[in-house]
Design a protein around this ligand. Structure first.
Ligand code: GYE
Length: 313
C-alpha cells in the first residue's frame, strides 16, 4: 500500500467515524424567550454549555420576547425532526394548538423555568421551575420584618401574562394580607428588564413622591433600574426606600453590599443539566412528575458579603 492509499483510507475512516458520531448525537430544539434579564442570559448559557458537554446538537432559537416567534420556532423544530424540545414559555396561555402539533410529531417537550396553562397535561412531560408563589410570599415576609409591618409599596411587575409575574404577585399579595399597614399604592409592569424598571420607577416617584417607602420588584434587573431612578431623584435606595426583589444575580449582591438593595430571593437559572436529564429519562420511557420543583433561597442584605464570591451568575 502506498502512503497515499493509507492517507485515503484514514480519511475515509475518519468520515465514517464522524458520521456515526453525528448519527448518534441527540438533536434538541431550545426555544428561549430572549435576553431580557441577567438571569435569562445565565439560563441560556447553562443550557448551551450542558448541551456541549453532552455532545447534544442544540438548535437554539431566541424569540426576542415574542410568543409568535416561539410558536414559529416550535414548528421549525418539528420540520427539523428534533428528538426533543426545551421550551421556556414567555406567557402562560396560547400554547395548545402548537403543542398538539408537537405531540402528533411524537416529540417530548420539557418546560423550562415557566409554566403554562393547558387543558391536556400530556402536552408536556415536566416543568422544571421554582415555586413563584412562594418567592412572592418570601419577599413579603422579609419586607414585613424590615418595615415592622408598615409600608407604602410600589410594585414592578414582570412580563404581563407570564407565570412568574402572575404568581409572584399572588404570593406577595397573600403575604402582606396579614399586615393591615402594608399597602401596594402603585403597580405596573417593567417587563423584567432594567430600562423599563427605571422608567416605571421614575413615573412612580413623580406621581407619589416621598409617599413611597418600599419597592417590590419581580426581578433583580427591574430593582437595579429602580435603584438608579431613586438615586437620580436625590433619594437613598435601601434607606429612604427599601427594595426587595427576586433572582439573586451577582449585581444584586453588589447592590446589597453597597447598601442599595435590602434582599433578594434566589431562583436558580442553572437548569441546563436538569433539562437534559429529564429528556434522557423521558426517552428511556419514564413518566416524570409534572413539576420538577426547584428550591428557593433567601438572601437578606446582611449575608450578601459572605456569599458573593460563590455566586455563579
Ligand atoms: O425571574 C426573570 C426572567 O422566568 C424565572 O424570567 C424566570 C424569570 C426571572 O427574565 O429575571
Amino acid at each position: 500500500m502506498t502512503s497515499r492509499m493509507v492517507g485515503g483510507l484514514i480519511a475515509s475512516l475518519l468520515v465514517c467515524f464522524t458520521t456515526a458520531l453525528h448519527a448518534k448525537a441527540l438533536v434538541v430544539g431550545f426555544s428561549q424567550i430572549g435576553a431580557e434579564s441577567a438571569w435569562r442570559t445565565a439560563e441560556t448559557e447553562s443550557v448551551k454549555s450542558a448541551a456541549k458537554e453532552r455532545g447534544v446538537d442544540l438548535k437554539f432559537s431566541d424569540a426576542q420576547g415574542k410568543q409568535e416567534n416561539q410558536i414559529k420556532a416550535l414548528r421549525s423544530f418539528i420540520a427539523q425532526k428534533v428528538d426533543a424540545i426545551i421550551l421556556a414559555p414567555v406567557v402562560e396561555t396560547g400554547w395548545e394548538p402548537v403543542l398538539k402539533e408537537v405531540k402528533r410529531a411524537k416529540i417530548p417537550v420539557v418546560l423550562l423555568d415557566r409554566g403554562i396553562k393547558v387543558s391536556d397535561p400530556t402536552l408536556y412531560t415536566t416543568l422544571i421551575s421554582p415555586d413563584f408563589v412562594n418567592e412572592g410570599r418570601e419577599v413579603a415576609r422579609m419586607l414585613a420584618e424590615k418595615t415592622k409591618g408598615t409600608a407604602k409599596i410600589v410594585e414592578l411587575q414582570g412580563t404581563p401574562g407570564s407565570a412568574p409575574a402572575l404568581d409572584r404577585k399572588k404570593g406577595f399579595d397573600e403575604g402582606i394580607k396579614a399586615f393591615p399597614n402594608m399597602q401596594i399604592i402603585k403597580s405596573q409592569t417593567g417587563n423584567f428588564n432594567r430600562a423599563e424598571g427605571k422608567q416605571v420607577m421614575e413615573a412612580f416617584l413623580k406621581s407619589e413622591g416621598k409617599n413611597i417607602n418600599a419597592v417590590y420588584a419581580h426581578n433583580d434587573d427591574m430593582a437595579l433600574g429602580a435603584i438608579q431612578a431613586i438615586e437620580e431623584a436625590g433619594l437613598k435606595p435601601g434607606t429612604d426606600i427599601v427594595i426587595y426583589s427576586i433572582d439573586a444575580v451577582k449585581s444584586a449582591f453588589e447592590a446589597m453590599i453597597a447598601g442599595k438593595l435590602n434582599g433578594t430571593v434566589e431562583c436558580t437559572p442553572m437548569l441546563g443539566p436538569k433539562a437534559f436529564e429529564a429528556i434522557d429519562r423521558v426517552r428511556a420511557g419514564e413518566v416524570l412528575e409534572k413539576w420538577t420543583k426547584q428550591e428557593d433561597k433567601n438572601f437578606p442584605q446582611e449575608i450578601a458579603a459572605a456569599h458573593i464570591a460563590s455566586r455563579m451568575y
